[in-house]
Design a protein around this ligand. Structure first.
Ligand code: FNR
Length: 321
């Protein structure tokens, strides 16, 4: 919250409002963090936590912690170097960047996945994906929860744009699970599906070849009153049953939130807005510091909860009170 206040002080108001925005009345955006707080830990005793490790591997990428940077558009509005600075901070922290297809700058790095929308004109999507492959992306994240894009999700769309009509219609609103195999075919990369909130959708994605699913309500920016990802995660992870990694985003703000997500079955979390605040206030170094803070806070929480390594987390760690 401190970081958000600092970002508010340095960003132009229109940019801050765009980053912070939620759809509709902002109900899903505002509920996201609180949903993690409904869980309580049942700490384990007599575990050797003298050397806690937060390290993990995700689809072949070694991570310092199960915390990666989610796709958010237009980092150039926060910092002159935009995504180039973000990618540098991410690499320094041993994390991974999911690079938005609405990014302000292209990046080249060994630690990034490309977020794709499937557009009505698939040749545009194909060109974007091939370019991402050429620049070293190691996975594609298909965002499936945005059939139409509304004002709150577009910077400077202007208050004259009606709230209830899409301002961006390039995305294919008839998207089906066949898009997963198509993206895998053109990229030769694993494809994850982002925006999953129902167990049966996760199963359909896995059956269509998805290499992972991301439980998300898009930061509350698409369907207001969509269920909090913290509340949807458990059932999705249970249905996926370890076949592919399940990731989650939405309101993950500290190490206790991360540990809760792992205990509910996530392999890693993504963070969105805090990275924008860190980039705006501290550039690449700010992003690195933020990710280090998540990692250290997770390690401290694991020590107190009796969890020596992330692979040792399971559902028995949690009590719903
Ligand atoms: C987003 N998000 C998003 N998702 C996506 O798949 N493609 C995109 O281009 C964007 N753009 C975007 C812009 C901004 C300003 C925000 C805040 C979010 C959604 C994002 O990936 C993620 O789901 C949420 O932001 C996670 O929630 P928190 O951590 O912001 O609460």
């Amino acid at each position: 919250m401190d970081l958000e206040e600092k970002a508010k002080a340095v960003l132009p108001p229109a940019v801050f409002d765009y980053y912070r925005a939620g759809a509709g009345e902002g109900i899903s955006r505002d509920e996201a963090s609180a949903a993690w707080l409904r869980w309580r830990f049942r700490p384990r005793l007599f575990q050797d936590v003298s050397r806690v490790s937060t390290e993990t591997t995700l689809l072949g990428t070694r991570l310092a912690a199960p915390v990666i940077v989610g796709p958010t558009a237009l980092h150039t509005l926060a910092h002159a170097e935009g995504e180039v600075a973000t990618a540098r901070g991410v690499a320094a922290a041993g994390s991974l960047l999911v690079h938005s297809s609405r990014a302000g700058r292209d990046i080249e790095s060994e630690r990034w996945w490309f977020q794709a929308y499937v557009l009505r004109d698939r040749s545009l999507t194909e060109a974007q994906v091939r370019d991402a492959v050429a620049r070293g992306a190691s996975a594609v994240v298909l965002t499936a929860d945005a059939p139409y894009v509304y004002r709150s999700a577009v910077p400077e769309a202007g208050s004259a744009a009606p709230e209830n009509r899409p301002v961006e219609r390039r995305q294919d609103p008839a998207l089906g699970p066949d898009a997963i195999g198509w993206l895998a075919g053109i990229s030769g990369l694993p494809v994850l599906v982002k925006g999953v909130l129902r167990a049966e959708d996760a199963v359909a994605a896995v059956e269509a070849g998805a290499a992972g699913v991301v439980v998300s309500n898009h930061g509350g920016r698409q369907l207001d009153r969509a269920v909090a990802s913290a509340d949807a995660l458990g059932a999705v992870a249970e249905a996926v049953a370890g076949r592919v990694p399940v990731l989650v985003d939405g309101g993950v703000r500290n190490g206790a939130d991360v540990l809760t997500a792992l205990a509910l079955g996530a392999r890693a979390v993504l963070i969105g807005r805090p990275v924008l605040w860190a980039l705006a206030t501290g550039g690449a170094e700010g992003v690195r510091e933020l990710l280090d803070l998540y990692r250290e806070d997770l390690a401290r929480t694991m020590e107190q909860a009796g969890v020596p390594e992330v692979g040792a987390v399971d559902g028995t760690l949690l009590s719903d009170r």
